[in-house]
Design a protein around this ligand. Structure first.
Ligand SMILES: Cc1cc2nc3c(=O)[nH]c(=O)nc-3n(C[C@H](O)[C@H](O)[C@H](O)COP(=O)(O)OP(=O)(O)OC[C@H]3O[C@@H](n4cnc5c(N)ncnc54)[C@H](O)[C@@H]3O)c2cc1C
Length: 372
């Protein structure tokens, strides 16, 4: 279906998470007037519930290209909007021969820098990290970190103040077509409308969601205080992360690792855990995460899964215990492809990052959506 070009008109974006913001920022730079329609005030979706990890190096295909371009944007925007983005890198910890083998294979294949470290180098780089089972690590220096709670709100406040931008918070969109957006606060007309509502694409554009096979992926997350002081600048990823990101898919030893982890830890496989952590400025850690997929997920958190995260997390980090400060669920759209772009009519386009990489790729994705 043909679409109207995105240049010097009025663009309405439904959804004020990172994808909606990225579209809004890109549309503004292209000379448009921009209206963002967001049902919450401030936004409370996946974009504030995540690790704040821009996991650039481990992406593959178009996701890698979008992640590299997003990386530049994060650094520029942190300076403009005044929030922290750290060039911290990612430390991928290897605790078995199989994990270290996959790390070595990835280092050979990656188009971005990957530094392989021995156990002592790894421990030296992570003060207070006292795990006893480290065999090696891979440092991915291009990766970034931010504090998602701070970053999204700073970006939102900064963007809402830009000339030619209208931010409509606490405004629920009920439908959109042919350049007309219906909301609980009236009707907005625009030259182009983008629906950037994450998993709720099935509410506003059910046929797109159906066609792209979108479902909801629900994650359990924890904020914990470590018993012993530790400092970890990089995002900390475990062998479980190797099973998850596209960049590792081509590593020949990955099937063996998957087999071993599945045989040894069936309960971690059942909870679909990606054991990882990022540290907040006060020393607390965002620890996660479990995954469960359903179009209509149950609202009940599984305590056994939190206990799994806590016991495996403490061992992974070399901590005697972790004190839970907060528990929450986050949801993202999940589909066989990583990105959804569907033109519903000449003026209306549904977009979504349909796997858990929206913080990493949103800005590159938005560039491509508006350039098309
Ligand atoms: C627990 C967790 C951890 C993650 N960790 C990472 C990570 O470390 N790195 C990474 O790259 N990605 C991560 N992700 C994925 C990433 O957070 C998402 O891909 C990204 O936030 C999606 O952005 P979004 O703007 O599409 O969604 P959201 O942030 O959910 O924004 C969608 C917005 O649309 C609004 N909305 C919905 N319906 C309507 C309506 N009808 N009218 C008006 N507004 C509406 C919602 O209120 C919401 O604010 C994680 C996700 C989760 C859940």
């Amino acid at each position: 279906m043909g679409t109207r070009s995105v240049r010097e008109g009025h663009i309405a974006v439904v959804g004020g998470g990172i994808v909606g913001l990225a579209l809004g920022i890109e549309a503004l730079e292209r000379g448009n007037q921009v209206t963002i329609i967001e049902r919450d005030d401030p936004p409370r979706g996946a974009s504030v519930r995540n690790f704040g990890h821009c996991c650039v190096t481990a992406q593959g295909g178009i996701g890698l290209d979008r992640a590299i371009r997003s990386r530049r944007r994060w650094l520029d925007l942190s300076a403009q909007a005044g929030f922290w983005v750290g060039e911290t890198g990612t430390m991928l910890i290897g605790r078995t021969d199989e994990e270290c083998q996959v790390l070595a294979e990835f280092a050979d294949r990656s188009s971005l820098p990957v530094d392989l470290l021995g156990p002592d180098q790894t421990l030296n780089a992570l003060p207070g990290f006292a795990a006893t089972d480290i065999q090696g690590a891979a440092l991915l220096p291009m990766d970034l970190r931010t504090n998602p709670r701070e970053a999204l709100h700073c970006l939102q406040r900064w963007f809402a103040k830009q000339p030619k931008v209208t931010w409509m918070g606490a405004t629920n969109c009920t439908s959109a077509s042919e350049g007309v957006v219906h909301t609980n606060r009236g009707v907005i007309e625009a030259d182009r409308v983008f629906l950037a509502v994450n998993h709720d694409v099935d509410r506003l554009a059910p046929e797109s969601a159906h066609r792209f096979g979108v479902t909801r992926c629900v994650l359990q997350m924890l904020r914990v205080t470590p018993a012993e002081p530790m400092k970890c600048e990089p995002a900390l990823l475990s062998g479980w992360s190797l099973l998850r990101y596209k960049g590792f898919d081509a590593c020949p030893s990955l099937p063996l690792l998957r087999e071993r982890l599945s045989a040894e830890y069936p309960e971690m496989i059942a909870a679909d855990v990606n054991l990882m952590a990022t540290q907040l400025p006060n020393g607390d850690l965002l620890l996660g995460d479990t995954h469960t997929r359903s179009q209509f997920p149950e609202p009940f958190s599984n305590e056994a899964w939190d206990e799994l995260l806590l016991s495996h997390g403490a061992r992974f980090l070399g901590q005697s215990s972790l004190m839970v400060r907060e528990r929450w669920q986050g949801v993202y759209a999940s589909a066989p492809e990583e990105f959804l772009v569907d033109h519903l009519d000449e003026r209306t386009t549904a977009v979504s990052v349909t796997t858990g990489i929206g913080m990493t790729t949103a800005f590159g994705f938005a560039e491509d959506v508006l350039a098309a």
